[in-house]
Design a protein around this ligand. Structure first.
Ligand SMILES: Nc1ncnc2c1ncn2[C@@H]1O[C@H](COP(=O)(O)OP(=O)(O)OP(=O)(O)O)[C@@H](O)[C@H]1O
Length: 236
């Protein structure tokens, strides 16, 4: 029988990660298709960052087993922008890429920062720094974008603007995305599919088929939110 394994961007099978003999990921399976946007919800300590670090290849020191297939070209965005303070904005975006200055300028334009190429990171607001972090990720045209609470430190209005920007960037570049978030509404607004992690296992999954632009006022939105909160063990 023909296998369709090759068309998946991410394939995780029976993934186990342990700290001090405690399984933080406990036999986890996950597939992500090319261009698919998956949001990952879960209580604090459920293993979200551990999974993201495993997919990013940032957990060589962690004990574990399982199969993990990810593309070579992966970008990661964290809650803090992790810009180099001694490099100007454009240098940060193209760091390590030869001859990519023009592409870097285009990326900065895409995230709304044309004209700020020569600014220092500390001259930018938190939201602007996260825009630079997104430009730095996307200029590499990743097949997979991993994002760990990228908007967690931003105020509510800036967050909403970043949602619109991220949707636009994903439509243009079409990476597969795994977004870790605590924010159920953010997950529903952005994702094609939301998964819920509990004690290192996936305990809930919701495909999101609501039409764009998605509004929390939509009854369909409220129904999805209620199911996700149930899966998170939150009663409202
Ligand atoms: N380096 C480490 N050493 C020991 N235990 C760790 C380490 N990193 C994570 N853990 C433990 O693994 C569990 C899962 O952590 P993880 O950071 O993946 O959770 P999370 O779901 O991302 O939580 P949060 O939402 O609070 O960021 C937690 O109990 C945490 O204490």
């Amino acid at each position: 029988m023909a296998q369709n394994v090759g068309v998946l961007t991410v394939q995780v099978r029976d993934l186990v990660r342990r700290y001090d003999d405690r399984a933080v990921l406990d036999g986890l399976d996950l597939d992500i298709e090319p261009g698919e946007f998956v949001a990952l919800l879960g209580k604090s300590g459920s293993g979200k960052s551990t999974l993201l670090r495993a997919l990013a290849g940032l957990d060589h020191d962690v004990d574990g087993t399982g199969e993990l297939a990810v593309p070579d070209n992966v970008s990661v965005v964290f809650q803090d922008s992790r810009l180099l303070p001694w490099a100007r904005v454009l240098e940060n975006v193209v760091l390590g890429l030869n001859g990519a200055e023009e592409r870097g300028r285009t990326s900065l334009e895409e995230v709304g920062l044309a004209g700020r190429e020569n600014a220092w990171p500390n001259e930018l607001s938190g939201g602007e720094q996260q825009r630079v972090a997104l430009a730095r990720s996307l200029v590499r045209e990743p097949e997979l974008l991993l994002a760990d609470e990228p908007f967690g430190a931003l105020d509510a209005l800036t967050r909403l603007k970043m949602h619109v920007l991220l949707r636009k960037l994903c439509a243009a570049h079409q990476p597969a995305v795994l977004l870790v978030t605590h924010d159920v509404d953010e997950a529903i607004v952005l994702a094609d599919r939301v998964i819920v992690l509990d004690a290192g296992r996936i305990v809930g999954e919701e495909p999101i088929t609501l039409a764009a632009p998605r509004s929390a006022a939509d009854p369909g939105f409220a129904a999805v939110r209620s199911r996700l909160l149930d899966a998170l063990g939150v009663s409202v």
